[in-house]
Write a protein that binds this ligand. Sequence first.
Ligand code: ADP
Ligand code: ADP
Length: 226
Amino acid sequence: TPALHVKDLRKTYGNGVEALKGVSLTVQPGDFFALLGPNGAGKSTLIGILSSLVNASSGEAEVFGVSIHKNRSAAMQLIGLVPQEINFNQFEKPFDICVNQAGFYGIGRVEAAIRAEKYLKELRLWDKAHHQARMLSGGMKRRLMIARAMMNEPKLLILDEPTAGVDIEIRRSMWQFVSGINAAGTTVILTTHYLEEAEQLCRNIAIIDHGRIVQNTSMKSLLSTL
Ligand code: ADP
Ligand code: ADP
């Protein structure tokens, strides 16, 4: 079973904008996959559908064989999402942010605390675990977004333009962790509008434009055509 299988996915918003015009896509388990496209191409809409924040107008999406439409909660257990914008409560503490996220997935307090410690340590945030999140640097906030997304130990980690407006040092520390969990077997999908970023990290790539996939190939063969 593929990690992600999307078939003829369409989304028309209430204002009539056709954000996705029949998107089909397959991502294999273990892949580090890039979804590249300019602003307005439909990346966030697609990620929104995969993470159940947006309802598709038609089409199918399955995560490791589990339908997002028919079996939403089981599908959500398999996905970790790092959204574009920092969206945790800045007055909460990283440890609590992670534990609360685990609670959302029905993970018990003891296990939640174990995981929070594990991922906050791996993301070099443990010494800040009990300080309010607003005290963290920009890079630490980004790493906290990743730690939070790891709390359900997802088989598929989706990062939606996670480095927009983030400096090189911070990017490097994010990619170090994400590459590590990919090497350990987690499938990763990264959306970006920078080819340079995708090029260094990703094995396969789909290019989306105006709601359609216009290219879907290995990074190697894409780069050889440029
Ligand atoms: P849905 O079809 O999922 O119900 P809607 O068209 O009702 O979506 O819009 C959802 C929300 O997104 C609304 O609050 C709307 O104001 C907002 N919105 C509308 N246009 C845009 C846009 N171009 N980009 C981002 N958000 C938008
Ligand atoms: P990307 O993430 O690639 O920048 P989006 O999925 O955000 O693209 O947007 C695709 C298209 O859908 C754009 O034309 C955008 O304005 C529109 N759009 C996005 N969200 C909404 C919304 N909630 N309501 C209406 N239109 C939207």
